[in-house]
Structure formats: structure tokens, C-alpha cells
Design a protein around this ligand. Sequence first.
Ligand SMILES: NC(=O)c1ccc[n+]([C@@H]2O[C@H](COP(=O)([O-])OP(=O)(O)OC[C@H]3O[C@@H](n4cnc5c(N)ncnc54)[C@H](OP(=O)(O)O)[C@@H]3O)[C@@H](O)[C@H]2O)c1
Length: 330
Amino acid sequence: MKVAVVGATGLVGSEILTVLEERNFPVEELLPVASARSVGKEITFKGKKYKVVSVEEAIAAQPDIAIFSAGGATSLELAPKFAAVGTTVVDNSSAWRMNPNHKLVVPEINAHVLEDSDKIIANPNCSTIQMVVALAPLHKRYTIKRIVVSTYQSVTGTGKAAVDQLMNERGGKEGAKVYPHPIDMNILPHIDVFLDNGYTKEEMKMVNETKKIFGDDSIRVTATTVRVPAMGGHSESVNVEFAQEFDLDEVRRLLEAAPGVVVQDDVKNNVYPMPINAHHKDEVFVGRLRRDETQPKTLNMWIVADNLRKGAATNAVQIAEYLVERSLVH
Ligand SMILES: NC(=O)c1ccc[n+]([C@@H]2O[C@H](COP(=O)([O-])OP(=O)(O)OC[C@H]3O[C@@H](n4cnc5c(N)ncnc54)[C@H](OP(=O)(O)O)[C@@H]3O)[C@@H](O)[C@H]2O)c1
């Protein structure tokens, strides 16, 4: 495959390169792409140095697949240009996710919706991905009615400038700010922009994307998304109400058998998922499984995953792998 990575110098883009290498994706030719200011810079892939190329050069090379992580505006402008030369685009931004003409895919759940006519495929929001991966086996068995989720999201979710802000604050250094308040020793109940309904765009992504991925508009989701000064991944407190009664031991068994899920739930030994342990891992970690004692058929759980891995790079590469395995890219 001739593969373009658009946003190759960013946090997600670098992780995409690592994941392509680790999973031995069949890259015959690599085209690392970034903004004009990075053209000519060197990146390393499989021990070999590559120069970052311009968008125009990458489009002219007509790659088979382009994995995008370069922001929504870039994707809206450039993904159709790649698609027009026959490239299949897997996009990490929010640009195409809720567009009814484009598929929103988490391979463990709905890769089967993909067809070879899909030229721009959307990767869901990082917080949504880890939540639906953990909830999918439970939804299948007990049918989800309602989800109440609060997130504790890593600064890595905002990109490299946010990691710099945290580190500058911690080191007492001046520097550019991407958040409206300090992030070190603080938490911000504010991710993405505020909307007219009082929710943030990130919160509404979790609501709308969950319904689209499960193909079920009747699931009610309410979210509060929060930025915390953590590095290794996003954490989520999830309260989920099912249509059917559940058995806690069976819940555990279903999660243990679910693809991409690891149960870490041994509170007597202080074992539960934490971002520090999820860092650089592809799996979604689940723990603190317990009944909500205030109402029937309701479960509390704690879900952690590396937002740069399963929340972005790994999910996108898994989509690309599925396309290659099923000969959906040519
Ligand atoms: N961070 C996460 O956890 C996460 C998770 C899921 C999805 N995403 C999405 O992934 C995207 C990138 O996030 P990030 O965290 O990796 O951000 P980042 O670290 O700021 O990286 C942004 C990348 O986009 C490139 N870029 C910017 N404008 C461009 C243009 N006009 N043409 C080509 N490349 C351009 C940048 O190149 P330069 O280095 O030259 O500036 C850089 O490689 C965003 O859409 C974000 O919403 C992020």
C-alpha cells in the first residue's frame, strides 16, 4: 500500500506511524504530510528517515490510503481532494463523523458497514471510542437504555501545544496557552466549544456518535467532559441503565471475552484502570464494576484508554487493516 499520514508531525500522527510499524501494516511507500511549515523535516519510520512532503505532492502521488489527523478544517478541505484521486481517507477529526453520507467506524462494533465505495471514513471521538468498545458487549446482551458519563480527559487529547502548556506551567516557564485557564494543579469542565444548549461540543459528540455507532437513536446519553492534567489517557465514569436485568458475574465474563477490552477489577488489591498504565496500550481497560444501588438494572463502571492509541491511531489503523483484508482499497 502507498500510505499517506496527514498530520504526521502531530501527537496523533506520530502515534499512527508507531502503530503502522508495530502492527506491520503493509506500507510499501510512506508519504508523511504536515503543514507547509514542516515540509522537508525528517521523521523516522521502520528505522528509515523520510522527509515530510506537502499536501500537493502527496495528492499527486495518488496514495491508496490516507490517514488524517490534521484538524477538522484541514480535513474538510483536503479529504475530498485525496478521495478525488482514488485515495481512501480514514479521518480522525470531527469533520465527517455526523455526516449521513459517511460511516463512523469502531472495528470491534461496526466494521461490517464498510464498502469499497466509502472513500472518506470517519474515526469517532476518542472519548466515544473507549466508551462504546466497553459497552458494546453489554448492549448486545442487555440493551442500553441510558448512559450518564463524566470524563477525565488527558491533555494529550488537545495536541502537542497542550502538553507544552502543562509542562511549562509545571516548570514555571512562560509559554503559549491553549486553555483559557491553568491546567496544572487544576481541572477544566470545558472541552471544545460551548453550544447554545449549555453543553460543550465534546459532550454532544459523545451523545450523537454513540447513537450512530450503535445504530440506535433510542439510546439516551448525557455527558460532562472534563480536562485533567493527566498524560497517559482518558478516564470515564459511566453509569449505564439497561432494559434487561443483568448479573454482575456475567457482566465481568462478557467484558473479559470482548475484543479489545481488558478487565482490571480487583479492588481488594487496589487494582483498577489508570491512565498511567493505559499509556501506549491499544486496549480499553475496565474496572470498578458495581451495581448502582439507587435504581434497578443499572451498572457503574470506570473505563480508561490511551486516547492517542485506541482513541485515535489504533482505531484508524484497524479500519485501514479491515479495508486491506477485505480488498476494499485498490
Ligand atoms: N489528541 C487526541 O487524543 C485526538 C484523538 C482523536 C482525534 N484527534 C484529532 O486528530 C487531529 C490532530 O490532533 P493532534 O492531537 O495530533 O494535534 P497536533 O499535535 O496539534 O498535530 C496537528 C497535526 O496536523 C498538521 N497540520 C495542521 N494544519 C495542517 C494543514 N493545513 N495541512 C497539513 N497538515 C496540517 C500539523 O502539522 P505541523 O506540525 O506542520 O503544524 C500536525 O502534524 C485533530 O483533528 C484532533 O481532533 C485527536
